[in-house]
Design a protein around this ligand. Structure first.
Ligand code: 8YV
Length: 321
């Protein structure tokens, strides 16, 4: 290994991250800030010892099979790693890390924003004021769904799910959750565990998704599960678009079974789902859950901490593979 390893940073990470990276590594930065294509990832693997990709760089089995053995570590700048074929990477011996913990609060903030905005007609309200269409008022004008005291169902009580639960407690929400396994009482903090997903769905006035996208969770929220939610429920997704059957969600909105949805993630990104656009009770954001200055710095530093440990011959803290 060279004294000063060479790393590739395909996207424009925070200034503080780039400054620290350049201090300690020879950095190749994609100044255009465009997603690294499969061919680019493969070509770069012969020139660098490590990479800091985002979720926009896809390490499919095909890409992994073409990687040059010079590449030793993929230090992801994300907690989600569904853009990486971990099984394929494991076979190559390339170390893979992610950035958990540091983005939980920022993502939980966006979940809170989506939940409140969806429940209280933020899109329509903003539009009518902005466009000068606010010309009347009545007691039945823009009546929404109250968040305070409502039942919140959380699917996936990992770091982000727990951060969201902590914020929701400030709204006196009754918190219920489904998880692969029950949490320790101190982590549960009074939340009610549902071993059975259906039993969680049936009581969720608000349902928020916080599980990783895996083959098992693909299209988790399908038509059958949407039908199990109480009429007038609100769905929030800050995890991954792959968790939701989007045509089924749209059908739920159009039939009125769902009162609203708040989405930061879509099956197709960037871009989103154009079929959602005419529904003002779908409050949408362009995958910005972790996009705060504080969190971007923390994510960059966490990825660099993992690289530093690896190149110092230690096991990186967030090693997945
Ligand atoms: C970012 C994310 O959008 O961490 C994740 O899994 O989806 C987000 O934090 C992105 O991956 C930043 O690189």
């Amino acid at each position: 290994m060279p004294d000063r390893p060479v790393i590739w940073i395909p996207r424009r990470l925070s200034d503080a991250t780039l400054e620290r990276a350049r201090r300690d590594y020879d950095v190749i930065l994609n100044e255009n800030d465009t997603p690294g294509s499969a061919d680019e990832i493969v070509a770069m693997s012969a020139k660098v010892d490590g990479m800091i990709p985002c979720h926009s760089e896809h390490f499919s089995a095909d890409v992994v099979a073409r990687l040059d053995p010079r590449l030793r570590i993929v230090a992801n700048h994300s907690v989600g790693v569904d853009h990486c074929d971990l099984a394929a990477l494991r076979k190559t011996g390339i170390v893979v890390t992610n950035t958990p913990d540091v983005l939980s609060d920022a993502t939980a903030e966006i979940a809170m924003l989506l939940m409140l905005g969806a429940a209280r007609h933020a899109v329509r309200g903003d539009r009518i004021v902005r466009q000068g269409q606010w010309d009347s008022w009545s007691p039945s004008f823009m009546v929404g769904k109250q968040v305070t005291g409502a039942r919140l169902g959380i699917v996936g009580m990992g770091r982000v799910g727990r951060a969201f639960a902590a914020k929701a407690r400030g709204f006196d929400m009754e918190i219920h959750y489904h998880n692969r396994s029950r949490l320790r009482p101190e982590d549960e903090a009074g939340a009610v565990f549902h071993e059975d997903v259906d039993s969680l769905l049936e009581i969720s006035d608000f349902l928020s998704l916080h599980c990783p996208a895996t083959p098992e969770t693909r299209q988790f929220l399908n038509a059958d599960r949407i039908a199990r939610l109480p009429r007038g429920a609100v769905v929030v997704n800050t995890a991954r678009g792959a968790l939701v059957d989007e045509p089924a969600l749209l059908a739920g909105i159009e039939s009125g079974h769902l009162a609203a949805a708040g989405l930061d993630c879509f099956a197709v990104e960037p871009g989103g789902n154009p079929a959602f656009a005419s529904h003002e009770n779908i409050f949408m954001l362009p995958h910005i859950g972790s996009a705060t200055r504080t969190t971007r710095d923390a994510m960059g530093f966490r990825a660099l901490d993992n690289l530093d440990a690896f190149f110092a011959g230690k096991d990186p803290h967030d090693r997945l593979v």
